[in-house]
Unconditional design. Structure first.
Length: 81
């Protein structure tokens, strides 16, 4: 149970920082932490193989989303030609 509370505490802290941060580029790491915290909470609350798979899918999807946002803000792919 302590691990769930730690994940919740970290996710809430990151969400508050996400809301209060003014610089968009500095928000991105906090967005990642919120996603990882939610994934951890899902996996710890419902220790069943299906929920573990759902948590893993959420983790992978949120990582792709965060990478896409960061890539867009950084200028996207540079193409020659």
């Amino acid at each position: 149970m302590i691990a769930i509370y730690v994940c919740v505490l970290i996710a809430v802290y990151a969400a508050l920082r996400l809301i209060t941060e003014g610089n968009t580029m500095r928000k991105l790491p906090f967005l990642n932490v919120v996603s990882f915290g939610v994934t951890g909470i899902i996996a710890l609350l419902l220790p069943h193989p299906v929920t573990i798979a759902a948590a893993a899918a959420f983790f992978v999807g949120s990582t792709f989303e965060s990478n896409a946002i960061a890539s867009t803000w950084a200028g996207g792919m540079k193409r020659n030609g």
